[in-house]
Ligand binder design. Sequence first.
Ligand SMILES: [Zn+2]
Length: 131
Amino acid sequence: MGTPEPTRAWGATRRGLAEAMAQLDGALPGSVVVRHMRCGKPGCKCKADPPALHGPYIQWTRTVHGKTVTRLLSETQLARYQPWFDNARRLKELIAKLEIASAHAIERSEGWAAHPTNTTTPTGSSRRTSK
Ligand SMILES: [Zn+2]
C-alpha cells in the first residue's frame, strides 16, 4: 500500500483545497502594524491636549534570512497589497486543513485509526526503590 486510499471525501477535500490555492495570486509574509506616534519637537501638535499624533505609519515587518526587515507603506500601498496579506493568512488555513486531511488519510490507509491505542508506551521507567 504505497498511496493513500482515494476515498471520495479525500478527493473532494484535495480538489477543494487545490482550487482555493489556485485563486491566490500572491501572498506576503510577515505582519502589518499601524502606528501613531509622538515626535521630539517641543510644542508640536502631537503634545497638545488632545494630542494630534503623527501617522498613520504603516509598518510591514518580515524576517529575511533571520533578520527583521521593515518597510513603510503608504495607505495606498497597503490598500493595494492588502489582498496579498489576507492571502498569506488564507494559505496558512489551507495548509492546516490539508495537513489534517492528510493525517486522517494516513491513519485510515495504514489501519491505525482502528487501533487508537496502537502506540508504544515506555515501560519499566518507574524504578522501585527497595527499603
Ligand atoms: Zn510631533
